[in-house]
Write a protein that binds this ligand. Sequence first.
Ligand code: G3I
Length: 287
Amino acid sequence: MLTPENAMKFEPLRPSRERYDFDHADALVDFAEKHAMQVRGHTLVWHQQLPSWLTERDWTRDELIEILREHITTVVGRYRGRVAAWDVVNEAVADDGSLRDTIWRQVIGPEYIDMAFRWAHEADPDALLFYNDYGGEVLGPKSDAIYALVRDLLQRDVPIHGVGLQTHVSLDWFPEPQDIAANVDSLSANMDRLSALGLVVHITETDVRIERPITEDELAKQARIYGAALEACLSAQNCKALVLWGFTDRHSWIPYAFPGTGAALVFDDAYRPKPAYHSLIDGFAGH
Ligand code: G3I
């Protein structure tokens, strides 16, 4: 399974209101098909990576609804039957559990979420449609808020099929070895309650960052965290994918976003497999 890291976001796809640039997105979808990989489309509605032509002027509610409708219809329609799953709405819940204050919410209102899922479903009725977010992996205020959001969407018959758990974490996610089991239980319980709603789960953007300088012990701990996430996914009824946010430490957003940290992926910057890679392979082999 392949997720374009940036190429399907609003800004790269839309150099201007009139023009779409599908070159990179097309190349990735072609690559995936050539290698028998599914594509996770990422992402249709987000508050980041929006073009300045969109953010740097005022729109009426009707105008912004039309921009979003046209965008979703065009992008999902272009890849109809070729993108298996879409992150329709990304990170709409703030860290305190409230609905994030974004251009979409301010101008359109909270119903932008319902609209986005309905338009995406119309444009490709067979694609799996996801709500995707970070920090909602284990039980807690944020995952409670995400649960409530998707439950309400389902109650209103909004076509949503899954929740993406991004899983950008650090070694502190499981502070002590004995906490790993407790966290796997909590992750599993969160997946279970989504399963009870009839929703699929994808772990969508895994990376496990480490503070530099990095020791062998830390790489071993990182491997245990990757293994634990895989174990939770494999033992859940509804977890159907585990995607990493890149594969080699040579190309990763982590050193830019969290200066002083890195080595978050499963191959090092010379493309050599790390303990985390072996942990995933062992996890699959043992299942
Ligand atoms: O493409 C331009 C390039 O033309 C320009 O010269 C350069 C100079 O700044 O910027 C390039 O764009 C950068 C883009 O990545 C492509 O490399 C942006 O500045 C940079 O902000 C952007 O960062 C991306 C980030 O989302 C944006 O918030 C990361 O690569 C990407 O990994 C990250 O991914 C997000 C997921 O979409 C959602 N979940 C969280 C995850 C991590 O933040």
